[in-house]
Design a protein around this ligand. Structure first.
Ligand code: GCU
Length: 413
C-alpha cells in the first residue's frame, strides 16, 4: 500500500513537471509523415538550381521555430598567438590563439588550440570542432593551461571552475596524432568559451550583445555555439594555409546539433560530422523514441529559440524535421554516427534523418540508398553512417571511420 502511494506520488510529480517516460519500444514509435523538403511554397523543386534559389525558406523556418535567428551582423574579430611551440618530438607545432571582439569587450574571449603538422605542405586539411571540458582536457601535455571560464560541476571541476584532474580527460575524443599522421591541422576550442552552458550563460557571450532577447525567435545557445565555429574558422583560414576544399567540422552530442546548424549557415564547412547528436540534431523529431522536443526544452531552456517550446508535445505541427536540416547541407559529404547503447539519442532516428535527405542530394546526382546497418558495419558514401557498439561518446573507432571518410571525400588537390 505504502509502495503504491509512493508510486502514485512519483508519477504525479513527474507529470507536474511535464516529463514523461522516454519511449524505447520500437513498436510504440507511432505513425508519422515526413515533410517533403522539395515542396516549397506550393511548388515542387526539380533541380539543384531551384533548390539553391529556394532553400532559404527552410533555413528561415528552422531559424524561426527551432534554433532561433542568427544575427547577420559580423562583429570584428581580433586574434593573437599566445604561444607557439614544437611538440611531439617536433612532429607538430602547437599554438594557442586568443580570439576577441574589439567592438564588444564584455564578450568572453575564445581560446583556440591548434596542432599543425611540421611536415611542410602548401596547404593543410583541417579537422575542427568544439570540446566539452576545456582545451586542457584533450591532451596530457602539462603546459596547456586549465580553462578559466565557467564549467558545469562534475568530476573535473569544482565551484564551476575546471581543475587539474580534468587534464587529458577527453583525449580519447580528440585524434591529435591521427590528424598529424594524416597531414591535417587539428583545431578546437571550449564550447563554454563561446557561451557557458546554463540558462544565464548568454550574459557572458555574444548573445548579450547581438540578437533580440524579447523575441520568441531569438537565437539560443546552440545557435551561438554554431556561430562560434564560424568565427573560429575565420581565424584559422587567416592564420594558416588551410585547404579550403577540405574542412571537416565535427561535433558530438549537443555540439553535434550546433555543428549541423553551423554548416547550414556556413558553406565553408565542406565535410560535416554529427556524432550522437540526437534530438535537435540528426534524429527525427517525428519518431517518438528517446529524447523528445519537450525533454530538450525542459532540461535546456537556453539551447533553442523560445518558440521551439510551442512544439513540445506536437512535433507534427513543426512541419520540419532533421532530414530537412541535413538536406540543407547538400551536396556536401556528411557523416552521421550513432552508438548502439545511446537510445536517448535514437540511433534509428539519426539514421533516418540522414537517409531521408536523399531526394535533395539526388538533385546533385549523389546516389545513396541507405539501409540501417548492423552494429560496427560503417557505410561510407557522400551520406555516411555507422552505429558503433557501446555508449554515447566519440572514440578512436569513430575517428578511424571519420579519417577513412576524409581520405575518400577530401579533394586531392
Ligand atoms: C543530454 C541531452 C542531449 C544532448 C546530450 C549531450 O543528454 O538530453 O540532447 O545531446 O546531453 O550533449 O551530451
Amino acid at each position: 500500500m505504502k509502495g503504491l502511494f509512493i508510486l502514485i506520488l512519483i508519477t504525479m510529480t513527474i507529470e507536474s513537471y511535464g516529463q514523461s517516460k522516454p519511449n524505447y519500444d520500437e513498436s510504440k514509435v507511432g505513425n508519422y509523415e515526413l515533410t517533403n523538403p522539395l515542396f516549397i511554397n506550393g511548388k515542387t523543386i526539380k533541380n539543384s538550381k531551384e533548390w539553391e534559389a529556394n532553400k532559404a525558406f527552410w533555413i528561415e523556418k528552422f531559424s524561426d521555430n527551432v534554433y532561433g535567428k542568427t544575427p547577420i551582423e559580423r562583429p570584428k574579430i581580433q586574434s593573437k598567438v599566445l604561444e607557439s611551440k614544437l611538440v611531439f618530438e617536433g612532429k607538430a607545432k602547437r599554438e594557442r590563439i586568443e580570439v576577441s571582439f574589439p567592438e564588444y569587450p564584455s564578450v568572453q574571449k575564445i581560446e583556440i588550440l591548434v596542432y599543425k603538422p611540421s611536415k611542410r605542405l602548401e596547404k593543410y586539411n583541417l579537422v575542427m570542432g568544439l570540446n566539452f571540458r576545456g582545451n586542457h582536457s584533450i591532451t596530457d601535455e602539462s603546459d596547456v593551461p586549465i580553462n578559466q571560464h565557467w564549467a558545469s560541476n562534475g568530476d573535473f571541476s569544482q565551484n564551476h571552475k575546471f581543475i587539474e584532474k580534468g587534464r587529458g580527460s577527453e583525449k580519447h575524443r580528440w585524434p591529435i596524432q591521427l590528424a598529424i599522421e594524416n597531414d591535417a591541422i587539428l583545431a578546437t576550442a571550449y564550447y563554454g568559451d563561446i557561451e557557458p552552458d546554463h540558462p544565464e550563460g548568454w550574459k557572458s557571450g555574444i548573445r548579450s550583445v547581438l540578437g533580440d532577447r524579447n523575441a520568441k525567435e531569438n537565437w539560443g545557445a546552440v545557435g551561438a555555439w554554431a556561430w562560434g565555429m564560424s568565427q573560429m574558422l575565420d581565424v584559422l583560414i587567416e592564420k594558416y594555409e588551410v585547404n579550403t576544399k577540405n574542412i571537416f567540422l565535427t561535433g558530438h552530442s549537443r555540439i553535434g546539433k550546433a555543428a549541423l546548424w553551423a554548416a547550414v549557415h556556413d558553406p565553408r564547412f565542406t565535410h560535416i560530422n554529427s556524432n550522437n547528436s540526437g534530438e535537435g540534431g540528426a534524429a527525427l523529431y517525428s519518431r517518438n523514441f528517446g529524447e523528445t522536443i519537450n525533454d530538450l526544452n525542459r532540461s535546456f531552456p537556453h539551447w533553442f529559440a523560445k518558440k521551439f517550446s510551442d512544439f513540445n508535445h506536437q512535433s507534427e505541427k513543426l512541419g520540419l524535421d532533421s532530414h530537412v536540416l541535413i538536406s540543407l547541407l547538400a551536396p556536401r559529404p556528411i557523416y552521421v554516427a550513432s552508438a548502439a547503447e545511446d537510445l536517448w539519442a535514437d540511433p534509428k532516428g539519426e539514421f533516418l534523418g540522414l537517409k531521408n535527405a536523399k531526394p535533395v542530394y539526388k538533385l546533385y546526382k549523389v546516389k545513396s540508398d541507405l539501409a540501417f546497418p548492423k552494429v560496427d558495419s560503417p557505410i561510407h558514401g557522400v551520406l555516411s553512417y555507422h552505429v558503433r557498439s557501446g555508449k554515447h561518446d566519440i572514440n578512436q573507432y569513430d575517428w578511424q571511420q571519420y579519417f577513412k571518410f576524409m581520405n575518400i571525400y577530401f579533394s586531392k588537390k
